[in-house]
Design a protein around this ligand. Structure first.
Ligand SMILES: Nc1ncnc2c1ncn2[C@@H]1O[C@H](COP(=O)(O)O)[C@@H](OP(=O)(O)O)[C@H]1O
Ligand SMILES: [Mg+2]
Ligand SMILES: [Mg+2]
Ligand SMILES: [Mg+2]
Length: 304
């Protein structure tokens, strides 16, 4: 059941961890499936009020170019996230409550990163549908041109263009993951994320850490700049869990893997997935498993 030993891409491993643990949780808790959702149980509309801008004109997009723009968007969004945090003027607001009653926070960091990320992707790929966690203000448009440069590390791994029909592509943006921790100035947990799905299946993922300026990217069956670790502790795994949306996760983890298990509370879905991989960033803790048992949204896990 554990992800260890599976020869998948690092993203595959991470997604497998989430799915596998979701199934385990379901078996052990006996809760209704609706109690938690991993993929797509949300009826959430595509957040961004720029709304569904489905490709009507047909045509194709090159996924290698999309990856380059996604990395750039995550980095540029991250610059906004860092700038706002360093200004100490966050304009923190609540968007309401989660199903479990936690504050669903939003800050200027989320909004300004969203604007950058959304318009960079939208300008480069006008016919592709983009779903983002935060509202896009159509009155506050920004045309950000992409210079059409594909970074060397991507060209090295992904050696040929990968054309797909534009209408099969959906982009998911999380302009600031771990907003709760961002407001508490726990910077290491914060990431920006982009995921690109083709026919509903995630194929590109980017997770960027603005405060350590580290970026992980991967293309399913294409290549990646990050790898799974060489081994994982299956017997007494170190399990990374949410610190602010934990629900019953501690009980589930201990019940499933025993009392010897180490639980690492951490913020952010992006951060917790990176904890499973071989990431050079010093501020990154390491874990063998990531379990999340409460509700979660596609932009939180799609890139993972
Ligand atoms: N029960 C829940 N309901 C809604 N969103 C949730 C959630 N649990 C986690 N999330 C979202 O998933 C991300 C990771 O959560 P956590 O740090 O608790 O593991 C956060 O994303 P954002 O910060 O992008 O909103 C958080 O809001
Ligand atoms: Mg998130
Ligand atoms: Mg977010
Ligand atoms: Mg949020």
């Amino acid at each position: 059941m554990a992800p260890m030993g599976i020869r998948l891409s690092p993203l595959g491993v991470a997604v497998f961890c989430l799915l596998g643990l979701g199934v385990l949780y379901h078996l052990y808790s006996g809760f209704l499936a609706g109690r938690f959702s991993l993929f797509g149980l949300s009826s959430e509309p595509g957040g961004g009020a720029a709304g569904p801008a489905a490709a009507a004109d047909g045509g194709t997009v090159d996924l290698r170019e999309m990856l380059a723009v996604s990395v750039l968007a995550a980095v540029r969004g991250g610059d906004e996230v860092r700038r706002v945090r360093e200004s100490n003027v966050l304009h923190e607001k609540s968007k309401g409550k989660t199903r479990e009653g936690a504050e669903d926070k939003m800050t200027s960091g989320d909004v300004l990163s969203n604007r950058k990320m959304f318009y960079l992707l939208k300008t480069a790929f006008p016919s592709v549908q983009i779903n983002t966690e935060e509202h896009v203000d159509a009155a506050d448009q920004e045309v950000i041109l992409w210079d059409h440069k594909i970074p060397e590390d991507i060209l090295k791994e992904v050696t040929t263009p990968k054309e797909v029909p534009a209408e099969s592509v959906t982009v998911w943006i999380d302009p600031l993951d771990a907003t709760q921790e961002y407001t508490e100035d726990l910077r290491k947990y914060v990431t920006t994320m982009v995921c690109v799905a083709v026919n509903g299946k995630p194929v590109l993922g980017v997770i960027h850490k603005p405060f350590s300026e580290y970026t992980a990217w991967a293309m399913v069956d294409g290549g990646s700049n990050v790898k799974a670790r060489s081994s994982y502790n299956e017997k007494t795994p170190r399990i990374v869990v949410s610190r602010s949306h934990s629900g019953m996760v501690r009980q589930v983890a201990l019940q499933t893997f025993g009392n010897q298990t180490t639980i690492i509370p951490a913020g952010g879905a992006g951060y917790k997935v990176l904890a499973l991989l071989d990431v050079p960033d010093k501020s990154q803790e390491k874990a063998d498993l990531y379990i999340h048992v409460t509700y979660i949204k596609k932009w939180d896990i799609c890139a993972d």
